[in-house]
Write a protein that binds this ligand. Sequence first.
Ligand SMILES: NC(=O)c1ccc[n+]([C@@H]2O[C@H](COP(=O)([O-])OP(=O)(O)OC[C@H]3O[C@@H](n4cnc5c(N)ncnc54)[C@H](O)[C@@H]3O)[C@@H](O)[C@H]2O)c1
Length: 368
Amino acid sequence: MKPVNIAFIGVGCISGIYLENLTKTFTGVKILGVCDLIRERAEEAQAKYSIPKVYDTMHDAFADPEVEIILNLTRPYEHYAVTKAALEAGKHVYSEKPLGASLEEGVELMELAKAKGLRLGGAPDTFMGAGIQTCRKLIDDGYIGTPVGSAAFMICRGHESWHPDPDFYYQYGGGPMFDMGPYYLTAMVNLMGGIQSVMSASRTTFPERMITSEPFAGTPIHVNVDTYIAGTVKYESGAIGTLFTTFDVHYPGQARFEIYGSEGTLYVPDPNCFGGPVMLYRPEEKEIRQIPLCFDYAENSRGLGLADMAAALRSGRDARADWQQTFHVLDAITGFDRSAKTGQWVDMQTKYTRRPAMVKPVLKGQLD
Ligand SMILES: NC(=O)c1ccc[n+]([C@@H]2O[C@H](COP(=O)([O-])OP(=O)(O)OC[C@H]3O[C@@H](n4cnc5c(N)ncnc54)[C@H](O)[C@@H]3O)[C@@H](O)[C@H]2O)c1
């Protein structure tokens, strides 16, 4: 298969792991060019990974006839403009999460991609990793009986202590539900099926925060988003889910993500990661048992979703991390927002069908 040519828009904090995996692990893609508003970032990546081209602007990448998929690694409030311009120029797009910073942005991008017959999808791709895929197999094979509910908690004190430029986490398109919610919601719908409606309560606990990471240590952040969001979801199946995300709380380690079934309970690993321990409790065993992971990609495999989209492009099948999924997740995230403002349940605008389970390839890095 001829590798699919990719161009990066945005070569910031998260780009390193994509550059690493797309050049070393996934054989079906080739990074043709990189572009960043801060040109040195693109030039550094070019030198380190022997990338053929650095584009002056994103429009130069969109105009390059050799580029097939644009990888949008800009900040959440920039996703819409970059993805829209790429689609308008006739390129397929894989975007970091969230798909857009509002439901309206997501609708417009989805409609544009459909009208132009282009692929659109994006992060997270952790649901394709060994941890969530093993959980899915356990559920599908009946190990917890009929799922009746799920509970997930993402608790931390925010990203201003480590990210080099963390302001965007507290602006339009940011906040813990837009930033971390996609990992949890994507895992939830892949394990439990589509969401019918959502409800939530939320608050902004600290209207001003202080950056403690370099190079902006001591700079205040004016918070323009909710940072403590307690959500409830009703799945199409009738099961009930809880999702709590916050940037306001000191909490050591990783909070729980559990799925409750009529015959047992599943302890799901952190959906921000690809692997992690999968634990199963069945009452007759009287103890929690660790289940071996039975799929590839337990290590940080960011780029897996893009590699899957590239393989899908060549074979004509659906991509796993496509807009049907990223849009349903955006539907839920923005639904939490609307519910918090109105105090009402919010019905989802989209129906979701679980994406195909992963297939274990003969050679790692190849996608079906
Ligand atoms: N940092 C992480 O750990 C992390 C983890 C997972 C996902 N993400 C997601 O990845 C995305 C990027 O996050 P980040 O932490 O790398 O942000 P960042 O601020 O470090 O990098 C974003 C980069 O995009 C560039 N950019 C913005 N608009 C551009 C344009 N029009 N043309 C070219 N370059 C442009 C900026 O100059 C910057 O270098 C976000 O959506 C974030 O949610 C980040």
